[in-house]
Structure formats: structure tokens, C-alpha cells
Design a protein around this ligand. Sequence first.
Ligand code: NAD
Ligand code: DAU
Length: 328
Amino acid sequence: MRLLVTGGAGFIGANFVHGAVGEHAVTVLDALTYAGSRESLAPVDDDIRLVQGDIADAELVTKLVAEADAVVHFAAETHVDNALADPEPFLHTNVIGTYTVLEAVRRHGVRLHHISTDEVYGDLALDEPARFTAATPYNPSSPYSSTKAAADMLVRAWVRSYGVRATISNCSNNYGPYQHVEKFIPRQITNVLTGRRPKLYGAGTNVRDWIHVDDHNSAVWRILTDGQIGRTYLIGAEGERDNLSVMRTILALMDRDPDDFDHVVDRVGHDLRYAIDPSQLCDELGWKPRRTDFQEGLSATIDWYRDSESWWRPLKEQVESTYQMRGQ
Ligand code: NAD
Ligand code: DAU
């Protein structure tokens, strides 16, 4: 397949591209914002075409889509704390950018897989057994999740109104190599590695449903090849954990005292709990997550950050000074 991967220089997109080369001709379209990096694609540099550009640039997107058999659309503004501070780039990329991609695939009849998030469903109470399913109503809480929800709605409407051949997936929290140090797990690992104290928002009771990035991407492949057009698939790996226990696991794996961290100002409107019921994807498409041993996955991720200081070190000071200004 000739694949156009938007956001392929970001965390999940880069891991996806690493797995796609060899079998497929890959073009990456990425604006290389603060979150994207050429270095994340260095291992596959000779095997891909990297085009630096904005997914809201209709002329560029239309030209690249015309040359593709399928588009996997990862590009987005993704960090909740940044959205709270300044929502505008989230509207531009997540809404106008997705609209631009949709118009291009409509024009050229190209297959689209749209990557989305479980945050579109809002949050769950801490003390209830319920999990998100494809039938859960959308109820986004933040400027980030509301723009992702808007993008999902555009995709659904373009399928119904124009017959666009698209699928959507909503995945839970990813972790693994090449994740930006602004995000929870890499932030704490690199805090320890740089002699800073890790930072926990509020009491740390909020629950996230962790999945290794390789499992997210294997599900994306399965949906891209076998998914039913127009359908939404939820991706998760039964990985619910509260933030405090993730923090303590990181500290234990890095031989630190389990209380060696600071509680900092909580996130405004902080979603309490996310949890995905992945049974539909498993039953219908026969997908199974493989990297479900969280300690093992976290330990490999810590090793990756230890060995890849040149990748994250240039980002760290700026990220921490922004957090410091926000009291986090
Ligand atoms: P990321 O922030 O690491 O990467 C985003 C990439 O998109 C970057 O390379 C950036 O340069 C690029 N980009 C941003 N604006 C662009 C624009 N206007 N034009 C072209 N490229 C642009 O994000 P990620 O964590 O890899 O997330 C990828 C996708 O997966 C997003 O759609 C996100 O909503 C979704 N998602 C993420 C998670 C998670 O836990 N990280 C979970 C579920 C879904
Ligand atoms: O659920 C999927 C979503 O997961 C994706 O759609 C988003 O793009 C991705 O960023 C992620 O969103 P979260 O807000 O859950 O991830 P983040 O890594 O920012 O935070 C995870 C949890 O850890 C959250 O409850 C806030 C908390 N946290 C975060 C940071 C950065 C801390 O306690 N300390 C921190 O320093």
C-alpha cells in the first residue's frame, strides 16, 4: 500500500511508521510542531518520504492524498494542559485539519483511518464498574477532547453524507518510546534522570487505562485492513491504574523511595477515570493486546529514556519551565 501518515513524526505516528516501512511505501505529512521530531523517524530515514507541512493546507493535502491508497490520520494537538492554556491551535489542527483531510479523501476516493481518543466520552466515576463502549454518548470535558470529538463527528458525517470510506478508533492512554516529555510517564522518568522531583497532580487518585503504543498500533493495522467502513472501534488493553500507583511503580523501577515526589496543583476540570471495554474489537476483528505486562513495558520504556537522552534532553528545560509557570 501507498500510505500517507499524518502526524508520523509524533509519538504514536512514529512508532506506527517504524512498523510500516518495508512492507509499505510511506509518506509522512507532519508540521513538525514542538511535538514532532525528525529524530523520531531517524531509524527509517532512508525508507520514507517526510513532507513538512500543515494538515490544514488544502492544496498540499489534496496533492499527497491523490498519491495514496490509504491515509492514517494521527496528526493532532494532543496535550490537555496546553489546550487549557491556549485552545486555538487545537481548533485549527484537530477540527480544520481533519476537515481538510476529509475533503481530500472525498475528492480522491481514498480510504481513511482516523485516530481518536477515549477522552471524547468524558470521564467515569472512580467507584463504578462501567467502562466506555461504542454506545457511550460523547461528553468531552476539555478543549482538547472537545476538538477531537468535533473531528470524530465530521468523519461520521462525511461517511454518511458523501460515502467517504473511513473508520475511527478511540484509544486509551498510550505509553512507550518516543513519547514527548510533557506527558505523565516520560515526564516523571526524565525528572528522575535529571535529578528533579517527580510531580503528581492533586492526590493522584485519577485513573487512566494504559496501553503500550505497539498494541495501539497493531489494533490500528487490524482496523485499517479488516475494519468495517463507517464503524468506530474502541482500543484498550484492560490497563486501569491510578496515577499514584503509576508514580510509585516508576520510582520503584528506578530504585527511588516511593514517596520521593511532590504533589502539585491539580489540572482544572481533571477527568477522574477513563476505562475502555475492548471486547467488540477483540470479538469482531480477533485483535489481542500483547504487551499487557505493565511493569515489563514500563521497565523497557525507562531503559529507552535512559539510552535516548539526546532525543529528549533538548526538550526538557522548556517543558519544565512552562510547568513551573503553571505551578505544576
Ligand atoms: P503527539 O503530540 O506526540 O504527535 C502529534 C504529531 O502531529 C506531531 O508530530 C506534530 O508535529 C503533528 N502535528 C500537529 N499539528 C499538525 C498540523 N497542523 N499539521 C501536521 N502535523 C501536525 O501525539 P500522539 O500522542 O502521538 O497522538 C497521535 C494521535 O493519537 C492524536 O490524534 C491523539 O489525539 C491520538 N491519541 C493519543 C493517545 C495518547 O495516549 N498519546 C491516546 C489516544 C489517542
Ligand atoms: O486517554 C487518551 C489521552 O491520553 C490522549 O487522547 C491524550 O492525547 C494524551 O495526552 C493522554 O491524556 P491525559 O491527560 O490522560 O495524559 P497526561 O499524560 O497528560 O496525564 C496522565 C495523567 O497524569 C492525568 O490524570 C494527569 C496526570 N499528570 C500528568 C502530568 C503531565 C500528573 O499527575 N503529573 C504530571 O506531571
